[in-house]
Design a protein around this ligand. Sequence first.
Ligand code: NI
Length: 395
Amino acid sequence: MKREQALYRRALGLSAEIQRHRRWLHQHPELSFQEHRTAAYIREVLRQLGIPYTTTATTGTLATIGTGERRVVLRADIDALPIVEQTGLPFASEHEGIMHACGHDMHTAMLLGAAALLKEREAELPGTVLVLFQPGEEQLPGGASRVLAEGALDETAPIAVFGQHVLPELPVGSIAIAAGPIFAGTDELYWRFRAAGGHAAQPQQTGDPIVAAASFICQAQTLISRRRDPLTPAVLSITAIHGGSATNIIPPEVQLQGTLRSFDQKWRQEALDWLRQTTESLAALHGVEATLEVRAGYPPLINDEQATELVREVALELLGSDHIVPFRPVMWAEDFAYYSQRFPAAFWLLGVRPPEQQTMPGLHHPSFAPDERALPIGAALLAAVAWRTLEISAL
Ligand code: NI
């Protein structure tokens, strides 16, 4: 039997255990950078498996399986979201207002499963598998940037870094993957338009932040329609507007929030410059003061051509060609992007929709309930991808 099939067979044997991990994690979700019990659980499982580990980014864990100079990194994110769960599952969240609605409980459980699979066959491994349980994916600046800033991977020079994310649009048994940019680079934008404020009947006595903000919102949309190569995807969404309290008062302040997402780092910088200039110009035009604060988000996630091909080859053995679909890039953000900026990397999407159903609630939805039959598939894929990577010296 081919190794990929053998790993999958064994992963099926470990299904109950992987499911148990997933359900415990689901029941005890923790917010970004507060994953203390989650980290303790992960480390206890690693101890039981006899896998050594170190701590990174406080609640992150970097475990080591095998030996040798050839190294590969497998990464899962471990944090949950501030969402009130409505799945009605028997193992629903015990933490009010916090839920694993992005499947990171699945990611973590599958990586624990992969670690178990690889540990069992450690003596055969042609190198070292670094297993990274990363905190804080859902919150800027992102756990990946902290892991890298702390130098956790500095000495490792991995051949490649791999990760996966559950995808409710795809049925269990399939993966989606594509080379090149697959997730966008993002920025969080915060504006304040300010003036003296005053009586609504005497607008001539003050600048009007509401009119200035409204004018800005309309003008800002020309960034996408007039300032961008039409063949380069990008989106600007203004997502919050706050200001004012009564019909007879011109308020002293209006606040806006929004997000800018694109795949092109150079255009992104030009766009931010243009937004700053436009904010200032419109403020001057309307006699108000305005500031734009940019909180830099994750860079675009770019899948390495050869690393992607390697995942495809492994998935072909495991799932068959009918179950590998091309991934159409989306404007989501994902801090795995930081690894992809630094090392050859590939990130794939794992189907978790019950094949009997046509649809299911999406990511970040309070009723999101991925099909656990995906667990052994994801675990085997991770293990098999790592193993095959170690058989080559470089991509
Ligand atoms: Ni996620």
